[in-house]
Design a binder for this molecule. Structure first.
Ligand code: HEC
Ligand code: HEC
Length: 297
């Protein structure tokens, strides 16, 4: 990862807030005629449901903060192995077990359950572990750990149900990604593939390096978007398709593997130090900044 990624993350945060502000404005504008109609004593004929376009497509977060607390994004991809060290040092296992299975009488949530893990957004886990939650007694890591350590911890907890792809698995998927996804998303996942020359796609293909976007997604939502595509938005559906040249069928499991591949752009199976080293090496090899001129969300 590069300093440009941090800048981009910061930019994205701004963009997301701007989007949200726009969204609020448009909701208010949509509601004005309704309110006017109601206050004028008009009765609507038939179903008077107010439809807010794009309100429920899972692409824009309904919540990034919790009790006014903002998550602080890390400087680099969170490290799963370093998170393991924090899990041990903070004795999370006392209640959650070494393998994530709940300790009787201490907790009920099962970190080793794939179904549970796939429904968790990293940012919600971060907020919970950092700031706690009303009505739940739980150790709070705010002021105890640095934000980057908490992110490592979050991704370690996630790894107890779904391990990050190994380097060998990443190498296996790479040519499939190259043949089916990179044309839009770019080989490094910045959302700047060759199809993007001239910004032909609207919205832009997702930038997999964006923390604010991808830490705000569950694996199941990513799976759904890869499997079923995103209607009207240029993201094709892959479930059931076959890439004969690469000898791959995009079945349920392979789509989950692609989720893991997308995650490898913003989480690391290496220690923090090794991740930093690998990214510095990559940066040297590829001084290419993202080519897109539009901010990404
Ligand atoms: C004293 C026992 C205890 C300790 C220590 C503890 N937890 Fe928990 N944790 C709980 C309980 C209780 C819950 C609530 C759900 C449940 O009943 O299991 C919970 C829930 C969670 C959740 C799920 C929140 C949700 O949305 O359901 C996460 C993530 C979590 N803990 C992470 C951690 C981490 C990371 C540590 C170590 C820093 C830790 N916990 C330490 C008892 C504990
Ligand atoms: C024809 C261009 C194109 C191709 C090919 C393509 N995508 Fe996309 N993808 C997009 C666009 C555009 C978006 C953004 C949609 C939006 O923001 O609403 C997107 C979004 C996504 C998202 C983000 C969804 C979210 O929840 O934020 C994921 C994950 C994704 N693509 C994965 C893939 C994978 C994996 C492949 C290859 C198997 C692939 N895409 C191939 C154009 C493409």
């Amino acid at each position: 990862m590069s300093p440009s990624k941090l800048n981009m993350a910061t930019r994205v945060v701004k963009q997301v807030s701007a989007l949200r502000a726009d969204f609020k404005v448009s909701v208010v504008l949509t509601l004005i005629p309704v309110i006017v109609a109601i206050s004028m004593g008009l009765t609507a004929c038939g179903d008077s449901k107010v439809i807010i376009p794009g309100a429920d497509n899972g692409l824009v977060s309904t919540k990034v903060t919790m009790g006014g607390n903002e998550p602080i994004w890390p400087n680099d991809d969170p490290s799963v192995p370093d998170g393991g060290g924090v899990y041990q040092a903070q004795n999370c296992a006392a209640c959650h077990g070494v393998d994530g299975k709940p300790v009787a009488g201490k907790s009920t949530v099962d970190f080793s359950s794939k179904d549970w893990g796939r429904q968790q957004k990293p940012v919600d886990e971060y907020d919970f572990v950092t700031f706690g939650k009303k009505g739940v007694e739980h150790p709070k890591m705010q002021g105890v750990l640095r934000p980057s350590q908490i992110w490592n911890l979050v991704f370690y907890v996630r790894s107890l149900s779904t391990a990050p792809l190994t380097d060998a698995e990443i190498a296996d998927v790479l040519p499939v990604f190259g043949a089916n996804c990179a044309v839009c998303h770019g080989t490094k996942g910045y959302g700047n593939g060759p199809l993007m020359k001239g910004n032909t796609l609207e919205p832009l293909p997702a930038n997999f390096q964006s923390f604010p976007r991808f830490f705000d997604r569950t694996d199941d939502v990513l799976w759904d978007h890869i499997a079923n595509g995103i209607k009207w938005e240029g993201m094709p559906n892959f479930l059931g398709k076959v890439d004969k040249k690469k000898n791959v069928t995009f079945d349920r499991d392979y789509c989950y593997k692609l989720v893991g591949f997308v995650r490898h752009f913003h989480e690391s199976n290496k220690t923090e130090a090794a991740t930093k080293e690998a990214h510095q090496k990559e940066d040297k090899e590829d001084k290419q900044p993202p080519t897109s001129t539009k901010p990404q969300t």
